[in-house]
Design a protein around this ligand. Structure first.
Ligand code: GLN
Length: 466
């Protein structure tokens, strides 16, 4: 793997377009067309490119996604020396296999370790960064303009962001939005989160697509010194998300009441309407907008820590129990969460789960989960409702999934992903319990699936009436 700094398209644009490139390199435009197709410029032309752009050698190593190289135009020269920071580089993303990607640091001067995933959302980076399900992960944003609307105090999904870092293509610009109260850089610094810009995020995403999400280290040292052997060892030595219970790190320490409703243009967050039903929400790393959606649907929400036992949950005498989203491996969190959920199911109370809550419900009902080769993260993921045939565009963020083959007869599949056919929803046929893998609360993303909160409340109403 070669380091990734500039894409071929970027280099061509910098040089003034394909004709200019052909002229500077002394080739025909057909050759340039082939380079674009192969996403690589033959090494013998690099001196001409360096002369025309003023870029350093290390910045000129176009990525070559493993699945798409065209053999005749593939780079033939040895990869440039990556262990020396190119001029101007202030941060490094070091992958578990020793690959070093250099870039410009922003946010906090620190070093952080995690799984490098990618998110395809074009909006809502602040909500994404504050989604507790990103604990243990460094997020690569495929959308290049991250930071352009700054940061504010409203678009947050938790009190303290759990994401370990962010990787972006373009350097952060000044915020241009009337709601911005801070620069994203200052906001990240205040939470100790490092970022790196100048990375060819398309190539990094193609790499994750082809080889799975690597573990890595994002280093933005204040003194500009990189101990690469130590960083490589740190990246290679990180155990990975499988088997990791991260819910216990992000859950609330004690129970609390939630009363904020949904956000409206010009009004901010509403006071929740009259509360008809008492719902206990188990916080495995709950996004605030889920709690807002429950409150908006008429639920009086009491939030309990992830480790709450069935007795503690049922002692609240809830009309329904909600299982939240959260980070890490569901099987690891399931060690203590599954017995609690099974106790709740045995009581016959309605249960609704989202994302990690969906996976934990599946485990509690006798199913299994596994790590996906390619996680789903973005705000535009199509899901099919098998009962109606309708397609919902959904917000998603998960790296594990429910194994449909493992589900007992008493559990039916209700939703599937139209991207890869993986499971997106289940319902028990013998009790009032259902869940979805995606995020009906959006934030960020579309609100096609808000009806699920209504469905939960209807289930509670039916159960109360019975
Ligand atoms: N958003 C979530 O709840 C994520 C669930 C789980 N941590 C996964 O990655 O699959």
């Amino acid at each position: 793997m070669t380091p990734v700094m500039r894409s071929v398209e970027d280099i061509i644009a910098l040089m003034g377009g394909p004709e200019a490139v052909a002229e500077r390199c002394g080739v025909g435009t057909e050759a340039v067309r082939k380079w674009r197709q192969a996403r690589a410029i033959p090494a013998k032309h690099w001196p001409a490119v360096i002369a025309a752009t003023g870029l350093s050698l290390a910045e000129l190593s176009p990525s070559t996604p493993p699945s798409e190289p065209s053999p005749e135009t593939r780079m033939s020269a040895p990869a440039p020396q990556t262990d020396q920071p190119p001029a101007g580089a202030t941060a490094a993303l070091v992958l578990g296999d020793g690959t070093v990607l250099w870039g410009l640091g922003f946010g906090a001067n620190t070093t952080s370790t995690g799984e490098i995933c990618f998110n395809t959302g074009m909006t809502g980076y602040q909500e994404t960064l504050t989604d507790p399900s990103y604990a243990g992960q460094i997020i690569t944003f495929t959308f290049p303009h991250i930071g352009n609307v700054g940061a504010n105090a409203e678009d947050v999904e938790s009190i303290t962001p759990a994401a370990r870092g962010l990787v972006v293509k373009l350097d952060l610009t000044e915020p241009a939005n009337y709601r911005a109260t801070r620069h994203l850089d200052a906001w990240l610094k205040s939470y100790g989160i490092p970022g790196i810009a100048g990375i060819d995020t398309r190539a990094l995403t193609a790499r994750i697509r082809d080889g799975g999400a690597p573990n890595g280290v994002l280093a933005f040292p204040a003194d500009g010194r990189f101990d690469l052997p130590a960083l490589k060892a740190q990246a290679a030595g990180w155990p990975g998300l499988e088997g990791m219970d991260l819910a216990k790190e992000v859950t609330c320490r004690q129970s609390y009441q939630w009363s904020e409703g949904l956000w409206a243009w010009g009004q901010g967050y509403a006071k929740a309407p009259a509360k008809a039903h008492k719902v206990v929400a188990i916080d495995y790393g709950a996004k605030h907008n889920i709690l807002r959606c429950l409150a908006d649907a008429g639920c009086d929400v009491t939030v309990l820590p992830a480790t709450a036992t069935a007795e503690e949950i049922l002692a609240q005498n809830p009309d329904g129990v909600f299982l939240s989203n959260g980070p890490g491996d569901p099987a690891a969190t399931g060690v203590y969460a599954v017995p609690a959920i099974q106790g709740v199911l045995a009581s016959g109370k309605p249960v609704f789960g989202i994302c990690l809550g969906h996976q934990l419900l599946a485990l509690a009902l006798g199913g299994k989960t596994f790590k996906l080769d390619r996680g789903h993260r973005g705000a535009n993921q199509p899901v099919k409702d098998l009962a109606t045939g309708r397609v919902e565009i959904t917000s998603q963020n998960h790296g594990f999934a429910v194994d449909e083959k493992s589900l007992p007869e008493s559990v039916k599949v209700t939703h599937i992903s139209l991207f890869d056919g993986s499971n997106e929803g289940i319902a028990a046929t013998d009790r009032p319990a259902f869940s979805v893998q995606y995020h009906p609360e959006a934030s960020p993303g579309p609100s096609d699936s808000h009806y699920l909160f209504r469905r939960f409340v209807e289930m509670i109403e039916q159960h109360k009436a019975a």
